[in-house]
Write a protein that binds this ligand. Structure first.
Ligand code: NAG
Ligand code: NAG
Ligand code: NAG
Ligand code: NAG
Length: 390
């Protein structure tokens, strides 16, 4: 018999007992124990649950918010949006994989200069493997430590889910770089992923100086990043820094077919705060801790980068624009030029959408001492012509 059924039956029996006790107590005008009331309520919630769900035995499951059904036109919303509204309040999920000493313990975590926080999904094994041996390699560079974690939920269900979890466990045994939580790793759960990471950071790595927050398909020039961060005034992460591809005056997308579609039932206002595109942005430890604090009192929005912007706005902090962050593609000034010419990638910090094999080639090429680059490569800075990788 399935575990879920056993749980249901157990709950049902307990509920029945409570009911009998309740009837008895009502007759004898005594108070019903709060524990019984809770179990009855839980049973009620479980039997009214719209879809199957397997609660984790080891931790308290988060129940759907049934009031969401009362929202105007709830029934007409797409499934992933309904799901979001029902579970929006759930901010705590059990960890499946952790790396306790990633930062040498919380007390020593100031020794980590740059923590690479890479959003990945269980299936993306090839991307993680290539990042481990290229730009995300853990190393001491210019006297400071670069560390790496992949932040991941779960995909699929049943044995497929378990098989992917085994893959991640194997990877983690070998590389000690995976933080995994038991939640569905979907696009609309990306903000949840960010919050869970910030919770982890608060516990295990509170004093990391700087962080790169990005996707697993970016090319990041971590050498340049260290140079840029070391060049900051007070480069110990104690000041506000949040920089990347700055977006301003962006409005919620109300087009149903868009991946980014956000209906008024989720976000009523027609305004988003300024934010940096989520492909890759840099922030200081101070700013990460501030965002975490703000997140306690800001209701989740499914678009994770916009949510970061909301937290910054509430704290009175501004995100800034960095020319080296090309998360919306690389602008190459010359027609017919080789868009993968390594000379373009020597000067940048982050470029979005790279295939794993290209990351490997590019990482080696930008370090080639014989690489000859002409002046035209650097005119990139002012160009606005053809965009690639989109
Ligand atoms: C049942 O659901 C309601 C509303 O969704 C919630 O407030 C309550 O805490 C739930 N009860 C239990 C025992 O989880
Ligand atoms: C439940 O959903 C309703 C409607 O969206 C919302 O007003 C309420 O704040 C939610 N409750 C919790 C606990 O998130
Ligand atoms: C995870 O979320 C996606 C998108 O909402 C959905 O299609 C999928 O069925 C979910 N998977 C599980 C196991 O709930
Ligand atoms: C987020 O993950 C939770 C836990 O797996 C799941 O219940 C919920 O449906 C997911 N939300 C979305 C929008 O996929």
């Amino acid at each position: 018999m399935k575990k879920k059924n056993v749980v249901m039956i157990a709950l049902f029996l307990t509920g029945l007992m409570c009911l009998l006790i309740t009837i008895n107590k009502i007759e004898s005008k005594e108070d019903v124990s709060p524990k019984c009331r809770r179990i009855e309520e839980m049973l009620h919630n479980l039997t009214n649950f719209p879809r199957t769900q397997t609660p984790e035995p080891s931790s308290a499951p988060c129940y759907p918010n049934m009031s969401a059904y009362k929202l105007p036109e709830f029934s007409t919303l797409q499934d992933h949006i309904k799901d979001f509204l029902l579970y929006r309040h759930c901010k705590s999920f059990p960890m499946i994989l952790d790396v306790h000493d990633k930062c040498g313990g919380a007390q020593n975590s100031a020794d980590v200069f740059l923590l690479l926080v890479i959003k990945s999904s269980p299936e993306n094994y090839d991307r993680r493997e290539v990042l481990r041996k290229t730009w995300a390699e853990e190393r001491l560079h210019k006297g400071v430590w670069i560390r790496r974690v992949f932040i991941i939920g779960t995909s699929r269900s049943g044995f497929e889910k378990h098989r992917l979890n085994r893959l991640l466990k194997l990877e983690n045994n070998e590389n000690k770089d995976i933080l995994q939580w038991d939640f569905n790793d979907s696009f609309f759960n990306l903000t949840l992923k960010q919050i869970l990471f910030l919770q982890w950071m608060d516990r295990r790595c509170p004093n990391a100086r700087f962080l790169l927050d990005g996707d697993d398909d970016i090319f990041a020039n971590t050498f340049n990043m260290i140079e840029y961060l070391q060049g900051q005034e007070d480069n110990d992460g104690s000041r506000h820094l949040f920089t990347g591809h700055l977006l301003q005056k962006v409005k919620p997308i109300r087009k149903l077919s868009s991946k980014y579609y956000v209906p008024v039932q989720i976000h009523e206002s027609n305004r988003y705060p300024p934010y940096c595109g989520g492909g890759g942005f840099l922030l200081s430890g101070f700013t990460a801790r501030t965002i975490y604090k703000m997140s306690h009192s800001i209701i989740l929005l499914p678009i994770d980068d916009v949510y970061m912007g909301m937290c910054l706005e509430k704290a009175g902090l501004q995100p800034t624009f960095h020319f080296g962050v090309r998360t919306f593609g690389m602008n190459v000034p010359i027609k017919n030029a080789d868009k993968l010419d390594p000379c373009y990638y020597r000067e940048i910090l982050v470029v979005h959408r790279f295939q794993p094999h290209m990351i490997f080639v590019m990482w080696n090429e930008i370090q080639n001492p014989d690489l000859q680059c002409s002046k035209t490569h650097y005119s990139l800075q002012t160009s606005t012509t053809s965009s690639v990788f989109m």
